[in-house]
Design a binder for this molecule. Structure first.
Ligand code: SAH
Ligand code: SF4
Ligand code: F3S
Length: 470
């Protein structure tokens, strides 16, 4: 298939596999397999990347550990989306210095979005000298080569140049779950929302080939995966760099045709590119979950403009109406930013009124965090922190009330749910998800885990539903 995005040649991927084999040979001489720990921050894209890192580490002869204590290799897969996420990483990476003193042969790696920020790379270079290897998300496929370079003790390795990225296929993967799986369909982002660091850390939008994606889904269905999420920063841009007329609705419909009993979800949709065609496909494809995460960020047109979101409040509401016209009980979730530079409290109140109007099932609320290198970080930001927090609290309170009201409406109904795990409370030994993705606690036989079952909803809280098997 012809495309405009560069694809890493198969020989280059093969070379990485050879590096894996070399390290495996070295590791096999040790009295017991060395341990590797991968710690993940940030979004599902990072979770998916960590599954590739673990896959490569297994190929290199490491055993995957679930703690950094005693690990021979530690990989911190980082997120740069907000200041708070970065502070946590710096704190945790700083604390690793003690373990490294005890075990100087330990290799500490930092990858993910923070590695792609020049000021972070500099700080790591100068003040975190126990970190051996730093590489950005676009270099992930070269992890075996980079780790080998460090393991053969050629000093510290930094691969942190700005990189638009390519498509790398055929990497080994070690999935964390047996029922739920991530499938990246595209990487990068071209939207440049003015507050957001992602387009700078993840490079340009690029799509995987549909055949490869569909084969991956077929494989997952055959292995018994029941809940498959297609991932991309903006899945609605899928296929723009491919020939053959592929776009996201067509891919979703093709994925729906893969045989098996499973649900399909996707993350994330940018409202400006969410079309009636997408909603039509969602409505007619039985495997596509009746759920969509459609971040609106702000309910005020001036703020939306300053955010470079390229839709208005009115257009957002029209999309929601078009969606609900086709799927009346669709589960709708969203992201919102409070305290964008220059936002006033009356402008914030437009956000509040939007959530009252739409009544989302759940909302992810964030206080604006300036990111170095983004246009919004240069804007005057006069609103006091206290006023932002007060607005944030009003929003959370309103949404909690709405979430509870929406959950109450489930009581008495019977929902087909995927029983997906063991519960923590002895009175509810199982957890499940509705097709729309709401959490349900219930009691039952652990042998049901992995099955779809009808559940009668009997009670609820703001965060979850409670039910019993029918
Ligand atoms: N690609 C996804 C979002 C990824 S980031 C999308 O466009 O929907 C997830 C959420 O983090 C965003 O939707 C936004 O609400 C929030 N976010 C991003 N940058 C932020 C910043 N600088 N400060 C606060 N929240 C931010
Ligand atoms: Fe960030 Fe906007 Fe891209 Fe989402 S669409 S990743 S918010 S720039
Ligand atoms: Fe964070 Fe990078 Fe994802 S900044 S949210 S890990 S794309």
């Amino acid at each position: 298939m012809k495309r405009t995005t560069p694809v890493i040649p198969a020989e280059d991927i093969q070379r990485q596999k050879e590096y894996c084999a070399q390290l495996r040979a070295l590791n096999s001489r040790l009295p017991s397999p060395p341990l590797a720990y991968v710690d993940t921050y940030g979004c599902q894209q990072n979770e998916a990347d960590s599954e590739l890192l673990r896959g490569m580490l297994c190929e290199m002869g490491y055993e995957i550990a679930d703690t950094d204590r005693g690990a021979d290799v530690i990989v911190i897969n980082t997120c740069a989306i907000r200041e708070h996420a970065e502070q946590r990483v710096f704190g945790n990476v700083g604390a690793l210095v003690h373990g490294k003193r005890k075990n100087p042969n330990q290799v500490i790696c930092l990858c993910g979005c923070m590695a792609q920020e020049p000021h972070v790379a500099n700080r790591l270079r100068q003040s975190y000298r126990h970190v051996d290897l730093v590489f950005g998300p676009q270099q992930l496929w070269r992890f075996p080569e980079l780790l080998r370079r460090v393991a053969l003790r050629r000093g510290r390795v930094f691969e942190t140049e700005r990189d638009d990225g390519a498509i790398a296929e055929g990497l080994p993967v070690r999935r964390s779950g047996k029922l739920k799986a991530w499938v990246s369909i595209m990487y990068g982002c071209n939207n440049f929302c003015s507050y957001c660091i992602v387009p700078y850390t993840r490079g340009r939008e690029r799509s995987r080939e549909p055949d490869i994606i569909l084969r991956e889904i077929e494989g997952l269905a055959a292995q018994g995966y029941k809940d498959i999420t297609l991932l991309g920063q903006n899945v609605n841009s899928y296929g723009k760099d491919l020939e053959g007329g592929w776009d996201f609705p067509r891919l979703l419909e093709a994925a729906n045709a893969v045989p098996g009993e499973f649900l399909l979800r996707f993350m994330t949709s940018h409202p400006k590119d969410a079309t009636d065609r997408l909603f039509d496909v969602m409505a007619r494809c039985e495997k596509v979950a009746p759920a969509i995460h459609l971040p609106f960020q702000s309910g005020n047109d001036r703020v939306l403009g300053a955010m470079n979101r390229r839709y208005t409040r009115g257009q957002y509401l029209e999309k929601v109406a078009a969606l609900r016209g086709r799927i009346p009980d669709v589960v709708l979730t969203s992201d919102v930013i409070v305290g964008f530079p220059g936002e006033t409290t009356p402008e914030f109140e437009d956000t509040l009124s939007l959530i009252e109007e739409v009544r989302f099932d759940a909302l992810f609320t964030f206080i604006y965090s300036p990111r170095k290198g983004t246009p919004a970080a240069e804007l005057p930001d006069p609103q006091p922190r206290g006023e932002k927090s007060a607005n944030f609290d009003r929003l959370v309170e309103a949404q909690n009330r709405i979430s509870l009201e929406k959950h109450r409406a489930y009581i008495g109904s019977v929902r087909r749910c995927l029983i997906d795990g063991a519960g923590e409370d002895p009175r509810s030994s199982l957890t499940a998800r509705t097709a729309g993705g709401r959490l349900v606690h219930l009691d039952g036989d652990p042998a049901l885990i992995g099955r779809f079952a009808d559940v009668r909803i009997t009670d609820c809280s703001t965060w979850a539903l409670f039910g019993e098997l029918v």
